[in-house]
Design a protein around this ligand. Structure first.
Ligand code: GTP
Ligand code: MG
Length: 151
């Protein structure tokens, strides 16, 4: 099954949006397999966003992500990577559709409250980067048959 790394960025934590954001993924029906509040070291932020190293906004992005605690999450489910990106909405919150997290809760690209992996490969890479072995729970929600016809 597919997995994705979702992270509530420091602005989401500071603004008291943690419950609201987790709730959207829970209500959708995906399975939470990892969750922690974490102060991200600079080196980890740089590794996570290494593909954006050459961008002019990179230093600002790193100081943003390391400016306060983040909430790290791993979510599992069929099609979870693409679906989570849709729930999150466009990178620029002004272009994000109402009903999405960024569309409802943010106004600026540099303060867009949440991260989601952009491919199944990056989902695996990022979960391995942010979580240690033993921090992830492989559990079987009892509601599963009400969410998925085939288990
Ligand atoms: P993530 O889920 O955080 O990876 O966002 P994304 O996949 O929608 O966008 P992308 O990976 O291209 O950029 C990563 C993050 O860098 C964005 O979410 C923004 O926080 C930040 N970012 C991207 N473009 C800009 C920009 O033009 N200016 C600023 N200040 N930040 C940017
Ligand atoms: Mg991205």
């Amino acid at each position: 099954v597919e997995e994705t790394y979702i992270m509530i960025k420091p602005d989401g934590v500071q603004r008291g949006l943690v419950g609201e954001i987790i709730s959207r993924f829970e209500k959708k029906g995906f399975k939470l397999t990892g969750l922690k509040l974490f102060e991200c070291p600079k080196e980890l932020a740089e590794e996570h966003y290494k593909d954006l190293q050459s961008k002019s906004f990179f230093p600002n992005l790193i100081s943003y992500i390391t400016s306060g605690p983040v909430v790290c999450m791993a979510w599992e489910g069929v099609g979870v990577v693409e679906s989570a990106r849709k729930l999150i909405g466009a990178t620029n919150p002004l272009n994000a559709m109402p009903g999405t997290i960024r569309g409802d809760l943010a106004v600026q690209t540099g303060r867009n409250v949440v991260h989601g992996s952009d491919s199944p490969e990056n989902g695996i890479r990022e979960i391995a980067l942010w979580f240690k072995e033993g921090e992830l729970c492989k559990w079987a929600p009892t509601i599963d048959p009400w969410l998925n016809e085939i288990n």
